[in-house]
Design a protein around this ligand. Structure first.
Ligand code: FES
Ligand SMILES: [Fe+2]
Length: 376
């Protein structure tokens, strides 16, 4: 983040601390809880948000060399991303053109070919179908037209995006992150390596996973026993960047900056900087590492979600496993509350929920969802 932007935000944090109130929207707002329980809404989200928007599917550090590949099964279409012999990153449906089996499982390095485990139709790293066993049974089949279905892919800031529209327009990473590019660049996440990912499946709509990040109101209450005491009560700084947004939780340690000249002010050391990469990726910049949460509808797409939680950091260390344990302890508290909310929303007991004037990131997220889905 540019230094003058850090100074602006730190001044805003001091103003809020001094007057005892966080920056706030003009009015409080409300939302309709049926968006978490409606099959129609879930179907539209799947088609539009997960089907047409670029989705983060993995990390550049897993795809550094030719033949490196990752697979992603949480998206509506199973995806294979592989760096070809020519160094070009490509994304495909991980679906065999013969009769639809998954071609590759897991992640790996140095692959030259992918042989389907069912009948061994074989594809190269550019997705071309290179071998059909007993090919005489398919005489006349246009092999060149039976490569893996290809999707547009983009790679920047250490992240890899895929859009599930075959042959669609090329993706522009700067456009995807819309105004957050300078921030992402400045944190050097592109030079971080993927340390660990854990996957959590819970009985909550995917939006409830995201919602837990977009207000600091609950930190002092729900997380009183772990991270609560580290943060200034109910203080976070919100900025919108198109459908994306940034939300910065302020640590109490920020008080140390009061005695320093502004040119020495450093926000990252005294904050947790959260970025929503619309629709479903939350990137959290911590002092010495980044956490990435990617949440997807699972099962019926309504009451079930799968969230992959990853740590990216400059160097491997045993401490990242401990960091992961700690952060899972915190988010488990959110997810446990989230399961009660999901159940209660499905009961139809409420027609409305309320977002306070300092829960404006939450309001922005849901307004962006409505706009993307054509509901506004
Ligand atoms: S389904 Fe892949 S080779 Fe038959
Ligand atoms: Fe939380």
């Amino acid at each position: 983040m540019k230094h003058d932007e850090q100074v602006r935000l730190i001044r805003a944090a001091f103003d809020a601390i001094d007057c005892g109130r966080p920056p706030m929207a003009e009015n409080f707002s409300s939302n309709d809880p049926r968006i978490y329980a409606s099959p129609e809404r879930a179907a539209r989200e799947r088609e539009i948000l997960f089907g047409r928007y670029p989705i983060v599917v993995g990390f550049s550090s897993d795809l550094a060399r030719s033949g490196d590949f990752i697979t992603e099964d949480m998206a509506p279409v199973p995806i294979l991303v592989v760096r070809g012999d020519d160094g070009v990153l490509r994304a495909f449906a991980n679906v065999c053109r013969h009769r639809g089996a998954r071609v590759v499982s897991g992640n790996g390095h140095g692959a030259a070919r992918f042989a389907c485990p069912y009948h061994a139709w074989t594809y190269d790293t550019a997705g071309r179908l290179t071998a059909i066993p007993d090919e005489f049974g398919f005489a006349g089949l246009d092999r060149a037209a039976c490569g893996l279905v290809e999707f547009p892919v983009a790679e920047k800031y250490g992240l890899v995006w895929v859009r599930l529209v075959p042959g669609g327009a090329a993706l522009d990473p700067a456009e995807i992150v819309g105004g957050l590019g300078d921030d992402l660049e400045s944190y050097g996440i592109g030079r971080f390596a993927h340390q660990e990912t854990r996957v959590v499946r819970r009985r909550i709509n995917w939006k409830l996973v995201s919602d837990t990040f977009w207000e600091a109101y609950h930190i002092k209450v729900l997380h009183a026993g772990n991270v609560g005491p580290l943060f200034v009560k109910n203080l976070a700084l919100f900025d919108a960047f198109g459908a994306n947004h940034r939300y910065i939780g302020i640590r109490k340690s920020i008080e140390k900056l009061r005695d320093l000249p502004e040119e020495k002010w450093d926000l990252v050391a005294h904050a947790t900087i959260l970025m929503n990469l619309f629709p479903n990726t939350i990137l959290v910049m911590q002092t010495d590492h980044a956490e990435i949460y990617r949440t997807f509808p699972a099962g019926d797409g309504i009451s079930d979600s799968t969230t992959a939680i990853s740590i990216l950091a400059p160097a491997a260390s045993p401490k990242w496993a401990r960091t992961m344990d700690l952060l899972l302890g915190v988010v488990e508290q959110d997810f446990t509350i989230g399961e009660t909310i999901q159940h209660n929303f499905e009961s139809g007991a409420l027609a409305k929920v309320y977002y306070g004037r300092y829960e404006q990131a939450l309001e922005h997220f849901h307004r962006s969802l409505r706009a993307a889905l054509g509901e506004n």
